[in-house]
Structure formats: C-alpha cells, structure tokens
Design a protein around this ligand. Structure first.
Ligand SMILES: [Zn+2]
Length: 242
C-alpha cells in the first residue's frame, strides 16, 4: 500500500505538471497572438492605411549606381552631389529644389563614399516631413540597420550629411537626432526665403546645439551654386511651406 500510495501522488504530480505546462503554453500563444493583432503584426490584419510608404524616385537607383565607386575627398566634391540631386529632382519633376547626400567616411584616411541620398518629396508623396535631409536620414539608417549614424564609430566610420540648402527647423532637429558627425550646407536660409520658402524657427542657437552635441557644422559650401538652383526653381516651380 505504501508503495502504491507513494506511486499515485507521483503520477498525479507528473500529470499535473504536464497539464500546467500545456495550459501555460496555450496562454503564451494566446497572448502572443493577441499582441500581434493589437500591433498589426499579423499580415492578414494589415489595412492599407496602417502603413506609410516612402519611396525614392525611379531615377534614384541610377544616381546611386553612378556614384557608388567614387571616392570623395573634398567638401566641394561631395556638395556637388547634393546640389546635383536638387537639380535632378526639379528636372524630373519629382519634388522641390532640395537635395541631400550622406557620405560614409573613414576617420583614418578622410576618404568618403556616397551612402544614402534624399530629395524633397513633400508635394509628390503628400507628406510634409519628406524634406531631402529627412529622406536621406531614413534611407541611410535603414541601410545601416540602426537608428543612429553613430553606430559604426568604433569601426572608424562616421557619416556626413551634405545638403543643398541650410536645413529648416524640422531637419535641424532631425540632423541632431540622426547621429551624423558633420553637417555641410550650400545655399543659406536667406536664399530659400528669397524665393518664398519658409525655414521656420531656426536660430544661431540651433546650430550651437548641434555643435554642442558633437556635430561639426560647415555653412556656405558652394553657396552660390546652391542658391542658383533655388533661384531657377523660384521662377517657375511650386512654392509651398511645409
Ligand atoms: Zn527641412
């Protein structure tokens, strides 16, 4: 009897433990499924207005390919790329006269390669946040698989943002959070405002905040060339403030 009575509780506890595990597993599956549904992770639950899709214009691939093997060593050479993006964007009618190029630079040698590009697509994609800087930052961080361009500092790589015109209030903030190590601008805020664009509340302190955060700022690099792009656009293009 002793043997039997000792055996029964052992079986019972084994069965009990198994039942508990099954129940626990079911609970986890149910919770994960509920969580997936709540977050729209389940593909079947996805509605088209649950997602915002940002795409580069069709010509962007060829633009990247044409520059992918070029080694850049001067600020002017890199700014030429940002201004070329602004010019191309206007010529192709894919957005406003603003272009941004982000370069991956070797901190030892100082040589840089084109890493990501962006251009103003506010009117074309119906999105007030899609300035050239924001687009280049978003595509660059996706490529980097990180929320910060500071991710590869220990590998001797940093990222420099070249923009054909000084950033607006949004993009100065976006640049600050992005983790880029350097901001280089061509046309000035005044050049943009001269054709009717509004840069928003941008102050000397805004640039000081970037410098304080360790972002080197260079302004007026090929300013006349950047301003010329704006001026030409100002004669015929759509001026909006967003
Ligand atoms: Zn902006």
């Amino acid at each position: 009897m002793l043997k039997d009575s000792a055996f029964v509780p052992t079986v019972a506890s084994t069965l009990g433990a198994a039942a508990l595990m099954v129940a626990f597993h079911a609970l986890i599956v149910s919770w994960e499924s509920k969580r997936a549904n709540e977050h729209g992770d389940a593909a079947t639950n996805r509605h088209h207005d649950d997602a915002v899709v940002v795409t580069l214009p069709a010509w962007a691939n060829d633009f990247m390919d044409a520059h992918k093997d070029v080694v850049f060593t001067s600020e002017e050479q890199m700014m030429e790329v940002a201004i070329a993006l602004a010019d191309k964007n206007v010529a192709e009618k894919t957005g406003g006269p603003f272009g941004t190029a982000i370069f991956e630079c070797d901190t030892q040698t100082g040589s840089c390669k084109l890493f990501s590009i962006g251009m103003n697509q506010v009117a074309t994609l119906h999105n007030s946040t899609l300035h050239g800087e924001m687009t280049a930052i978003q595509f660059g961080q996706k490529k980097l698989n990180s929320f910060t361009f500071g991710a590869n500092k220990s590998l001797g790589k940093e990222y420099h943002l070249y923009t054909s015109c000084e950033p607006c209030c949004q993009c100065l903030g976006g640049t600050l959070w992005s983790g880029v190590s350097k901001l280089v601008c061509a046309a000035s805020k005044e050049d943009a405002e001269a054709i009717g664009f509004d840069e928003g509340p941008v102050f000397a302190e805004s640039y000081a905040a970037l410098e304080k955060a360790g972002v080197k700022v260079v302004r007026n690099c090929l300013r006349q060339q950047g301003a010329k792009t704006l001026k030409l656009y100002g004669e015929t293009g759509l001026i909006y403030n967003a």
